[in-house]
Ligand binder design. Structure first.
Ligand SMILES: Nc1ncnc2c1ncn2[C@@H]1O[C@H](COP(=O)(O)OP(=O)(O)OP(=O)(O)O)[C@@H](O)[C@H]1O
Length: 252
C-alpha cells in the first residue's frame, strides 16, 4: 500500500438511480500519471470525481465501497472533506479563473485558510507560477485580471492555484480539450514535470495523449474497468479483446 496513493475497493456509484460505476477495484501508484480512457459516457469523469467526493455535491448520488487515500477510507463517516479536497485538487476541462487578479487567484485557497503573511503569499505565487512555467510570462502583471490570460495560460494558472494548496494528488479532467496544440504540449510537459511531486490522475479522450504522458492506463467501458495496466503494455499488448477493439477504433 505504501507505493499506492489511492485504492478503490468495490466502488459503485449510482447517479439519479443509474448505476454509473460498477465494482471498481483500482490501485493508483504514488507520483505516477494514471490515465482513464474510454468512450463518451462510460464513467471516466464520475470515477475521477469519486476520489475527492465531489460527486456528492449531486444529492442524487449514492456511492458504496471504499477508497483508501494514504490508507484511510475517505468514505468513512466523519472523514474531513475540506482537507480531502485540499489534498486532492481538481482541474476541469474549461479553464475559468476567478474574476480577480492572477495573484489573488493563486492565493485564494491560502487566504481561505486564514494565511495572511504577505511573504508566505508572495512566495507561494512565485513558487507555483514557476512550477507551471508561467512566471516569466506573467511576473510583470500579477495584479492584472486573470480573465485576460490566454486559454493555455488560464489552464496553467488553475493548475498553479491547485498546487498552492499543497496537494498530494491532482485530478485532471480533460485539461487540454479546449486548448490549441502548442498550449496542449505545454500542459503535457507540465504534467511530466509535476509527477515528480504529485500523483496525477487524468481523464482524456485523446488516446495519443494517454500514450504520451501516462505511466498507467485504465480503459473504462460502461462503468467497468475493462483493463488496467502499464500504459506501454495496454497500448502495445492489450489482453482484453475489448481494449484491442477500442484502441484500433472498432468501437467507441
Ligand atoms: N447527474 C447525473 N445524473 C444522472 N446521470 C448522470 C449524471 N452525470 C452523469 N451521468 C451519466 O453517467 C454516465 C457517466 O458520465 P461521465 O460524465 O462520468 O462519463 P464520461 O466517460 O466522463 O463521459 P465524457 O467522456 O462524455 O465526458 C453517463 O451515462 C452520464 O449520462
Amino acid at each position: 500500500m505504501s507505493l499506492m496513493k489511492l485504492k478503490t475497493e468495490n466502488l459503485n456509484v449510482v447517479l439519479n438511480n443509474k448505476l454509473v460505476l460498477e465494482n471498481i477495484n483500482l490501485s493508483i501508484p504514488t507520483k505516477k500519471v494514471t490515465a482513464f480512457i474510454g468512450p463518451s459516457g462510460c464513467g471516466k469523469t464520475t470515477l475521477l470525481k469519486s476520489f475527492n467526493r465531489i460527486n456528492e455535491l449531486n444529492s442524487e448520488c449514492i456511492t458504496t465501497g471504499k477508497i483508501y487515500f494514504n490508507s484511510a477510507n475517505i468514505y468513512q463517516k466523519n472523514y474531513k472533506l475540506e482537507s480531502l479536497r485540499r489534498k486532492i485538487g481538481m482541474v476541469v476541462q474549461n479553464p475559468h479563473p476567478f474574476p480577480m487578479s492572477i495573484y489573488e487567484n493563486i492565493v485564494f485557497g491560502l487566504r481561505a485558510n486564514n494565511i495572511k503573511n504577505k511573504r508566505v503569499l508572495d512566495d507561494s505565487v512565485e513558487y507555483t507560477l514557476r512550477k507551471t512555467f508561467l512566471w516569466e510570462e506573467v511576473k510583470h502583471k500579477l495584479q492584472s485580471s486573470a480573465i485576460l490570460l490566454s486559454s493555455g495560460q488560464k489552464q496553467r494558472l488553475i493548475i498553479a492555484r491547485a498546487i498552492a494548496n499543497s496537494p498530494e494528488v491532482l485530478l485532471l479532467d480533460e485539461p487540454t480539450s479546449s486548448l490549441d496544440p502548442i498550449s496542449t504540449l505545454k500542459i503535457e510537459e507540465l504534467i511530466d514535470e509535476l509527477k515528480t511531486e504529485y500523483t496525477i490522475l487524468i481523464v482524456t479522450h485523446n488516446m495519443h495523449q494517454a500514450a504520451r504522458i501516462s505511466d498507467f492506463t485504465a480503459l473504462i467501458y460502461n462503468g467497468n474497468v475493462v483493463e488496467y495496466d502499464l500504459t506501454d503494455n495496454l497500448f502495445t499488448n492489450p489482453k482484453n479483446k475489448l481494449t484491442e477493439a477500442y484502441l484500433t477504433g472498432r468501437y467507441g
